[in-house]
Design a protein around this ligand. Structure first.
Ligand code: SF4
Ligand code: SF4
Length: 146
């Protein structure tokens, strides 16, 4: 993986698994450096890859710590975007990327923290029930790792 100095998913995405306060970095994270328990990190952390880390040609400004949004593929038709920012402050670059995903037929569900709790800030594409079903399925898959 090419995370570089990004550690944002250790704040936004794995938090429910790490017994850390909501919206704070995992207790094992050194922000912008890495994981203190890297060889022994939980399976969820081992398998997690945000969209940025999987995209071949993508702007560095879209790296999650730079653009303040972690995009995570839920299934072929849905991406969850977790915002580490105020919704009104998301950048034009992020909005353009959301538009690009939509053009590929992928819906976006934007939320602030609270993974899988269905706090809906904005939906582009799929309807709410489809999103809830997809997130529940994903949460069930994740829970099988524990
Ligand atoms: S959010 Fe993406 S780029 Fe950042 S640390 Fe996590 S997987 Fe790596
Ligand atoms: S255990 Fe490590 S990789 Fe997992 S959320 Fe915490 S700091 Fe990140």
């Amino acid at each position: 993986m090419k995370c570089g100095g990004c550690t944002l998913c250790c704040k936004t995405t794995n938090i429910v698994y790490m017994d850390s306060p909501h919206g704070e970095y995992c207790k094992y994270c050194i922000p912008n450096e890495g994981c203190m328990i890297y060889p022994d990190r939980p399976d969820h952390c081992k398998v997690f890859q945000c969209c940025w880390s999987q995209m071949k040609k993508v702007h560095i400004d879209l790296r999650p710590d730079q653009c303040k949004v972690v995009f995570e593929k839920i299934n072929d038709a849905l991406i969850l975007g977790t915002i580490d920012n105020k919704l009104e402050n998301i950048s034009q670059l992020v909005k353009n990327q959301i538009g690009a995903f939509n053009k590929e037929g992928i819906s976006i569900f934007l939320q602030q923290f609270n993974p899988y709790k269905f706090i809906c800030n904005m939906i582009y594409g799929a309807n709410k029930q489809e999103i809830i079903n997809a997130l529940e399925e994903k949460a069930n898959d994740c829970s099988k790792l524990y």
